[in-house]
Design a protein around this ligand. Structure first.
Ligand code: F6R
Length: 625
């Protein structure tokens, strides 16, 4: 979704803004723009273009053609108004007195627009953001603070209190040279101190945009305002009081956010799954009295609290929700606690009754998904204990949940999640083993068996990657297909939902995931000669049932690709193709089963010549509702 960059310092701003925007490309966008203030001429130059950032690069000679040491930049993912140069950000008021870039949605923009039009303001775009720009202009004109700084902070504050919705803003005032302001409500913003040639300060929607200049950042919290210049960083509360916040040091390697020789981020990240799973599991599996045990101190759950849990509610969106479905199956099987998974976007408005003793587990890669954040707040409001499983350190969900279990997948750039999903599964397995052992729902021997299986899981995922050449061949054969069905039972149904989503989002092929036993209640009428059906058969207790399910679709003309760890002649006979999975504990089979499904989606999308890392209409971090 939209990305923001701002810079004030000792170097030319435009190349830094463009470089930062490039690093935010993964978020998804359809147009881009920059505004740079030339202190000597007091002129703010705004350049915008529809389409890829390269166009803006060409128009500005990589930024070299634009003079000035402060500015803001933006990649836009259209919400209000079509993708066009006019609707691209920055937006500004008359004579560019106020120039802003915005990530999020202003919900009451129409009301603000009507009010401002009555006061004589004229609008030139269809965006909600222009309403925020002109409202700020109006507030700034009406402020008479002691200093320009005080006027600006008060005007931003007044504007923030009037705006409804979510926003991260980057702001320039025409009469304040070499200063950039920022403000946030429910959309992320980090501010960093740059050293070296770019000496100054930089702000952005996400860390990759600042990593080339700094590793020391402050995460802005909700309803905070920042002011950056070459030498200063000031942060204000919504009451316009100066506040101090700790700098955090980013430890990731900048190269973790580069392609490193792979053709796409997605295939690189698929290959990083063994490491993501190992790094998530290994610090939390310890040796106690000669046997492996879980160490989940960071969840803040005492043994007594764990024993009192009545229900676990897993909440997320998209793939994170699919991980939650696996969490339900594994936690119920091991800990014998009733569990359910909810889509965050549904939970928000469902007015679900609260059961006392519910542990709410929020799952999110970015930690910024608007629906998940809102669901988290709702669960907290209803008195539930909340635990977040999050990949991005310091993100909103991580900060607002009662406790966090970080996944250690590293930065994930491809829009379609792979390694973060796998790391989420690993964290959920650990949590399930932890809850079940603390509730004495499993024996010490079972715990040992499960933890040994988890310790070996990264190796199994690596083995599953070994099938990639066969899968690529298969993908090339089926790249032109129109509909695909994924069928499985129990945990395999959750796996199928993830496989189907991967295929849809990057290859644009229609696909559906069905519980295998449910197909005959309607959807089997869609199976015809040559329909591709992927059957997942990793669960021993329903293996025979899956054989029947596969036979049912085969007899209606389907072409079946089966996935199983079980070498069984009956499956080989029933299916047209089989992908053998490495054996692991059946409860953890989604972790190996997902690998061929990710590879299949990837190779089909490549064969179709699609933009794998940035699929159409999608954004990496969905910060609007
Ligand atoms: C699918 C995908 C999305 C995300 C969803 C939640 O490949 O990436 O479905 O899983 O938007 O995002 P996070 O995990 O950041 O909350």
């Amino acid at each position: 979704m939209c990305g923001i960059v701002g810079y004030a310092g000792g170097a030319q701003a435009a190349p830094i803004l463009l470089h930062g925007l490039k690093k935010l490309e993964y978020r998804g966008y359809d147009s881009a723009g920059i505004a740079v203030r030339d202190a000597s001429s007091a002129h703010i130059e705004v350049i915008k273009a529809k389409g890829r950032l390269d166009r803006l690069m060409d128009m500005t000679g990589g930024g070299q053609a634009v003079c000035g040491m402060s500015g803001v930049g933006h990649t836009r993912w259209a919400t209000h108004g079509e993708p066009s140069a006019e609707n691209a950000h920055p937006h500004y008021s008359r004579e560019k007195r106020v120039v802003i870039v915005h990530n999020g949605i202003i919900e009451n923009y129409q009301e603000i627009r009507d009010m401002l039009e009555r006061r004589g303001y004229r609008f030139h775009t269809q965006t909600d953001t222009e309403a925020a720009a002109l409202l700020l202009d109006c507030a700034y004109a009406g402020e008479d603070g002691n200093s320009p700084q005080e006027r600006a902070v008060h005007a931003i504050r007044t504007t923030m209190l009037r705006l409804q919705g979510s926003y991260a803003l980057g702001i320039l005032f025409h009469d304040q040279p070499d200063v950039v302001y920022a403000a946030r409500r429910d959309s992320p913003l980090v501010v960093g101190r740059c050293t070296g040639e770019a000496h100054g300060h930089i702000l952005a929607s996400d860390v990759p945009a600042v990593l080339s200049y700094t590793r020391d950042v402050v995460y802005l919290d909700n309803m905070e305002i920042a002011r950056i210049t070459k030498d200063t960083l000031d942060i204000y509360s919504i009451d316009a009081e100066r506040i101090s916040k700790p700098m955090m040091h980013i430890t990731w390697d900048a190269q973790a956010a580069e392609k490193g020789g792979y053709e796409h981020f997605m295939i690189k990240e698929i290959h990083e799954q063994p490491a993501a799973v190992r790094d998530t599991l290994s610090p939390r599996i310890v040796s106690r009295n000669g046997a492996p045990d879980t160490d989940l101190t960071e969840t803040g759950l005492t043994d007594e609290e764990i024993r009192r849990i009545q229900r676990v509610l897993f909440v997320g969106c998209g793939s994170a929700y699919h991980a939650g479905l696996v969490g339900v199956g594994v936690t119920e099987a091991l800990a014998r606690i009733p569990c359910s998974a909810e889509l965050a976007s549904e939970l928000r408005y469902r007015n679900a009754p609260v059961q006392p003793g519910t542990l709410c587990v929020l799952i999110s890669q970015s930690g910024e998904t608007a629906d998940s954040l809102a669901a988290l707040r709702l669960c907290k409001e209803k008195g539930m204990k909340t635990l977040a499983i999050v990949n991005v350190v310091g993100s909103s969900i991580a900060r607002e949940a009662d406790a966090v279990l970080y996944t250690h997948a590293g930065p994930e750039i491809a829009v379609a999640t792979t390694k973060a999903y796998s790391a989420q599964l690993a964290a959920l397995y650990l949590l399930a083993v932890h809850l079940s052992s603390r509730r004495a729902a499993i024996s010490p021997a079972q715990k040992q068996e499960l933890l040994e299986a988890l310790t070996a899981l990264d190796g199994k995922i690596k083995q599953a990657l070994g099938e990639k050449t066969r899968i690529q061949r298969f993908a090339n054969t089926f790249a032109a297909c129109r509909d695909v069905f994924f069928i499985g039972r129990g945990l395999d149904h959750a796996l199928c939902m993830e496989g189907s989503l991967k295929l849809k989002e990057i290859s644009y092929i229609h696909s559906e995931a069905y519980a295998a036993g449910e197909l005959k209640h309607g959807a089997i009428s869609l199976i015809e000669d040559g329909t591709l059906v992927i059957g997942a058969a990793t669960q021993p207790q329903v293996f025979a049932k899956m054989l029947s399910g596969i036979a049912e679709v085969k007899s209606r003309g389907a072409c079946v690709l089966a996935l199983s760890a079980q070498a069984d002649d009956r499956l080989a006979e029933a299916a047209d193709f089989c992908i053998g999975l490495p054996g692991t504990h059946p409860l953890f089979a989604a972790s190996v089963g997902v690998v061929p499904l990710q590879l299949l989606a990837y190779y089909i999308a490549c064969e179709r010549g699609l933009d794998v890392d940035k699929p159409r209409n999608l954004a990496k971090s969905v910060t609007v509702e």
